[in-house]
Design a protein around this ligand. Structure first.
Ligand SMILES: *Cc1c(COP(=O)(O)O)cnc(C)c1O
Length: 464
């Protein structure tokens, strides 16, 4: 009895790391039989997460890694809110609708009062919904004309993987324009060459994943107008504005890429990228209620009330939508403009400094007219290098920086590039520290050239 009481007292008094729970490694792949003390397990789990690395130093991701304390507070307050349950949480639902209207207005919807759209878990889900609506509309048109509906295709530039998923899941042929030489994005000619009567839509990306550049939406739109004049084919467009949808309206408002162009039937964007909301929210807005076929909308009545639902998920968290609303109100157009322009300035500073290192050729210089606040570059071909971009990425990792190096998609798999994404929370001061580490890495390779396998050396040294 006495011994047992002592053990219990010790468990309460023990410092976490001196506790019996932490004197052994916890099981990893089989649930333990017994309970553990909450603070011990908390310490263990939270310590393991240290190994994940520091998200703020991750210059690969497009997603937000810095949030205002007010956002954190709102997220904690909304942990219980289920976005799908519009009857139990009518205000969260109303807030979602206000966001839809604000975005429709931001993207110059001709009738933002009567807009239709929804929040999603991200741009991927939004792209699925947008793609489905286009596929359904195309089938409707074909059936009405008595034409076959078995060979739909979608024309895109080099796209994010969500469009590959859409094409495979819904059995649509993806006509993805490959990179050619130094052309890394869709052009009006390359798009037009792939369009035919089975094209459900042309999808330009505002902020191509691999380089960050904006595809020429207006020019592609004009080419489709000419096509219609010549052939009668009326091909709609969807814009993947995952990044650019929350950038261009603030940093480059003259760019006509949105509902100002009549062929643009729907737009998706990621709230958790340049929308500055925490992870887990995207948006899709249709030009017109007519562009979203009725039979894709499900009406659910068993949560009380009648709730229209067009989503792949059912239950999902509402906090991110609330945080998005907070950001829209908190920042307004002015705040988004300031934050994003300062990111562009930091990106341009980095492009200049990286150019000065002498080893690299800049692909995207991070200016607001070129694309998103990202810098991308490749190794100069007119000189030798005693490292690859992959070696450089590894070396920077020793200082905690994640600066991804990767090869380009089809037709330019031979080309390796490196990219930095500048997001809210990555300051000019941090950028200058990163440049110090760049210079240190390059002088490290000057002193310790990376070994080349003999056969490669014999074949003529470094070719990357
Ligand atoms: C990030 C991204 C996506 C996917 O968006 P998620 O919000 O991560 O699902 C789709 N398209 C483009 C162009 C992107 O940058």
């Amino acid at each position: 009895m006495l011994h047992e009481r002592d053990t219990i007292r010790n468990e309460v008094l023990d410092e976490v790391f001196a506790s019996p729970d932490l004197s052994v490694a916890l099981p990893k792949y089989r649930m333990p039989d017994k309970e553990h003390e909450a603070r011990h397990v908390f310490q263990t789990v939270s310590d393991e997460l240290m190994l994940d690395g520091n998200s703020r130093q991750n210059l690969a991701t497009f997603c937000q890694t810095w949030l205002e304390p007010e956002v954190l507070a709102l997220m904690a307050e909304t942990l219980d809110k289920n976005m799908v349950d519009k009857d139990e949480y009518p205000q969260t639902a109303a807030i979602e609708q206000r966001c839809v209207h604000m975005l429709a207005d931001l993207w110059n919807s001709p009738d933002a009062h009567n807009t239709i759209g929804t929040s999603t878990t991200g741009s991927s889900e939004a792209a699925m919904l947008g793609g489905m609506a286009l596929l359904w509309k195309w089938r409707e048109r074909r059936r009405a004309a008595g034409l076959p509906t078995d060979k739909p295709n979608l024309v895109t530039g080099p796209v994010q993987v969500c469009w590959h998923k859409f094409a495979r899941y819904w059995d649509v042929e993806l006509r993805e324009i490959p990179m050619e030489g130094d052309v890394f994005a869709m052009t009006p000619e390359s798009a037009l060459a792939r369009v035919d009567e089975n094209t459900i839509a042309v999808v330009p990306t505002l902020g191509v994943t691999f380089t960050g550049v904006y595809e020429p939406v207006k020019e592609v739109h004009a080419a489709l107008d000419r096509l219609q004049e010549q052939t009668g084919l009326d091909v709609p467009m969807h814009i993947d504005g995952a990044s650019g949808g929350f950038l261009a309206p603030f940093t480059y408002p003259e760019l006509e890429w949105d509902f100002r162009l009549p062929r643009v039937k729907s737009i998706n964007a990621s709230g958790h990228k340049f929308g500055l909301a925490p992870l887990g929210v995207g948006w899709i807005i249709w030009r017109d209620a007519d562009d979203l076929p009725e039979d894709l909308i499900f009406n659910v009545n068993y949560l009380g009330g009648n709730m229209p639902s067009f989503a792949l998920n059912f239950s999902r968290p509402g906090g991110q939508v609330v945080a998005q609303y907070y950001n829209l109100l908190r920042l307004g157009r002015e705040g988004y403009r300031k934050i994003h322009l300062s990111c562009h300035e930091t990106a341009q500073y980095l492009a200049t400094e990286i150019g000065k290192l002498g080893h690299f050729e800049i692909i995207n210089d991070g200016s607001p007219e070129a694309g998103i606040p990202a810098v991308s570059w490749k190794l100069r071909e007119d000189r030798e290098h005693n490292f690859t971009l992959f070696d450089l990425a590894d070396r920077l990792r020793t200082r905690g920086w994640q600066v991804p190096a990767y090869t380009m998609p089809p037709h330019r798999e031979d080309l390796a590039v490196q990219r930095i994404l500048v997001r809210q929370g990555f300051s000019r001061d941090q950028a200058s520290l990163l440049m110090d580490d760049y210079r240190a890495a390059i002088s490290h390779f000057d002193r310790h050239p990376v070994g080349v396998p003999l056969d490669e050396a014999e074949a003529g040294g470094f070719h990357h």
